[in-house]
Ligand binder design. Structure first.
Ligand SMILES: [Fe+2]
Length: 326
């Protein structure tokens, strides 16, 4: 194990580590695996550098942290079902962009693949423990993934705001189109991608999920864990007062956040704790392709639930049709 090196992610950051030296030669070493699990609980994000760019190594690395989980939606593309059903494929091809559908304007630039701050599986009752991302095709500029620690955010928020939100929960929908995002918008949209039709059909039979805005880890730290992405309102306060509170909380979160932005290499694999860390994709110029593979590590925090105790398929909701520009 002498060849495995652990460093901090950045001197200004209160979370995250960089690890070099993980490979097929040592990935089965149980002492090393335990060391990585403990490091991950403490730091929330690990950037594994100089990795062989292989989907099977990505799967093996992910399994250190828990069993893998298939994605909860059918409409999300899979990378290679023969390897593992859970590797999802997020690809933008250059030729998708003969139009503005799916583009976003952020900080005055039109980009593709942008995703605002969020945690994964907001729309599900079970919240996966972690995700592991690998870049298959890297855009030559931008396209970074941002990570922000919910413990850092909690500690930076005004205690008076914490007092008002600590017992509240947010309702989230599977209709995750950012054209529909209601709270905390800091970007402009130009219509949906036609490919999102499958997602909308699936969203109609998905009950809304509910997650607390603040939760306490088994290790004792409190975590601010909410996002505007896919949020439909505050539970029991789907009213102007609840709307104003979630908007205020998001704006204050954006000011408090001290993120790490990861510039991808195809030899990187990054794991983040989805119960603690928010992430975002800054997007990149539509002329560049970008392709990411993600595995999902199972392990619930047991605080999410579906509205009215419903199960998938027990509801038939009305969902806003695709917003395609003329
Ligand atoms: Fe995500």
């Amino acid at each position: 194990m002498a060849d495995v090196k652990i460093r901090e992610l950045g001197p200004e950051l209160s979370f995250g580590s960089r690890v070099t030296g993980m490979s097929w030669d040592n990935i089965e070493d149980e002492d090393l695996r335990q060391q990585m699990r403990e490091l991950f609980i403490e730091r929330g994000v690990i950037v594994f550098e100089d990795m062989e760019p292989s989907p099977t190594l990505q799967v093996e690395l992910s399994k250190i942290f828990g069993p893998l989980k298939d994605h909860p939606t059918k409409s999300t593309p899979r990378a290679d079902p023969s390897l593992d059903p859970g590797i999802i494929d997020m690809e933008h091809k250059r030729d998708d962009m003969a139009h503005d559908h799916g583009l976003t304007e952020v900080n005055g630039k039109k980009v593709h693949s942008f995703i605002p701050w969020h945690f994964d599986h907001t729309y599900n009752d079970e919240l996966n423990y972690a995700g592991v991302l690998r870049a298959v095709v890297v855009a030559p500029e931008a396209g970074r993934t941002g990570f922000a620690d919910g413990i850092q955010i909690f500690n930076a928020l005004d205690p008076e705001l914490i007092r008002r939100i600590e017992d509240l929960s947010v309702l989230y929908t599977l209709d995750v189109r950012i054209t529909q995002m209601k709270y905390g918008r800091y970007f402009k949209t130009f219509g949906d991608m036609p490919a999102q039709a499958g997602l909308i059909a699936e969203a109609a039979i998905f009950p809304r999920a509910i997650h607390p805005m603040i939760w306490t880890r088994p290790t004792g730290e409190r975590v601010a864990h909410f996002c505007g992405f896919s949020a439909e309102g505050v539970e029991l306060h789907e009213d102007p007062e609840g709307d104003a509170l979630i908007e205020e909380a998001l704006q204050k979160m954006y000011k408090a956040i001290k993120p790490y932005w990861h510039q991808w290499k195809t030899t990187d694999m990054v794991i983040w704790d989805n119960h603690r860390v928010l992430h975002s994709v800054e997007g990149c110029d539509p002329k560049y392709p970008r392709r990411m593979h993600r595995t999902t590590v199972k392990g619930d925090y047991d605080l999410g639930r579906f509205e009215h105790g419903k199960k998938v398929g027990e509801v038939q909701r009305e969902i806003t049709p695709l917003a395609l520009p003329a």
